[in-house]
Each structure stands twice: as structure tokens, then as C-alpha cells.
Design a protein. Sequence first.
Length: 276
Amino acid sequence: MNEPTPPLSALGLTGGYRKTEVLHDISLTATPGEVLGLLGPNGAGKTTLLRILSGVHAPWSGRVLLGERPLSSFAPRERAKQIAFVPQGVTIPVPFTVADVVAMGRLPYTSGWARLSDDDETAIAKALDDVGLGAKANTSIHDLSAGEQQRALLALALAQQPRVLLLDEPTAHLDLHHAWNLMRLVGNLAREQQLVVILTTHDLTLAAETCTRLALLEKGRLAAEGSREHVLRSDLLTQVYAHPLAVTIADNRWWIHPAAVTSSGPDDHGPGAPTR
């Protein structure tokens, strides 16, 4: 990328499906080099927001801007060169090689079934190396572990050479080790390549430790946005998730967990550690 990556902004977004309004007047901005984590319970509107930010779904009102330019002004192929979106639960039914899967990310740059160019091959190899799968380029996608498959999908997105990376529940179904490794990888890519990264997650502790900024959605509205200190407050989380939640901080490490419920209400005090 020769030009600096512009921010991605949502301005007064309202949207939904059929006659059901899911998002209500959402405004936020994500900047290059950061990982913006979208939080909220099921049905809060996280996936709908990602779909609108990707251009897959049009808002009912409001605008999405990439820099100063409305996203609606981009042709689909042009938009795909700017924004890569990895939905939830993507499966590859055919046992393609990992390299073949990642090559799908070059579709915005190719014509029909034309042979891959040298630029395409270079982009594919770089994307595989970026996620640590260079040695498994010729392995069947079905022979990878769940964590490796998720990294292969990330490589597919990176092969688009996007400025914006949108990830819907990228750590779903991954164990703790692979989830943390994937999130650290995403953070490193955001910083090193100055990508705008926005992702959704249900793991509040993982978000606290790996996202640089957070946005909390409640019933399609923005309940809070900013640093973890501003967003991850036990009173606010308890309200949004309709369940007593505590935030424990020790040695600058954060844990969000169910609060002990007593006769007098939630107990937010972790043993031997300050809490919020």
C-alpha cells in the first residue's frame, strides 16, 4: 500500500432486515493500526454492523465513509480491494489446498478464470507467511486444525491486500491457546501493516487484553465506546448482559467473569485483587 490507510467511519447508521430495525443511530470511527472490538450480547447488532461496514448490507439511513469517500460510491470490485470481510462459520466443503483457498482472495484482481499473475502469487505467498502457514501451502484445508483453518481464512482476506479487515467472531470454536494466538496475530498485522481492524467477540477477557479500543452494543445502540477502562465497567456490563459481571484487575491483567451473587447483590471483589 503506497498511500496511508484512511479511517473507516460510521455516521448515524440505522439498519436491519425486512421490517426489523436492528441498529439505531450508530456512529463510530476506526483508525489504522488499531483493533476495534465490538462487544455485546446475542442480538445486539454486532454482525449487522459489520455487514453494513463491509458494504454487503446497505444501511437504511446514515453513511459509511472510508476516509472522506462514501463506501456506497465504490464499485464492488473496487470495494473488495479496500475491505476484506471474514464472516462467522465459514467452511470450505471441497478439499482445496491451503494455497488454493488463499488464492480466492485475489478474485478482485483477476479476470474470470485467468491464470494467476506474478503479483497474485506474491500476494498469496506473503499472506501465507503473514499467518505462519507458508510451509502448509500444499496441504489440504481439511487436514488443518481448527486454529490453522481460521488462520487460512485470515490469509485469504489478507491476499485481497485490503486496507480494512472485518472479522466476525474469529475465535469462535477455538481453544484458549489458539484464540489468544490468533488475536495477537491480528493485533500485530494491524500495527505492522497499518490496517483498520474491526472484529466481534463474545470473549470479554480476550477483548480486554488484545483490542486497543472497544465498542459495546446494547439492543442495537452504542452503550459505550473507548478504552477498556471506559467500556469494561462491571455496572455497565451487568446492565448490558443482564447478568452480574465483575471486572478483576491484577498486575495490569484483566478478567471479566460472573460476579458472586449474595443476598445484597453482586460481589465484584476478586480475591486479593482490585476490581472495577
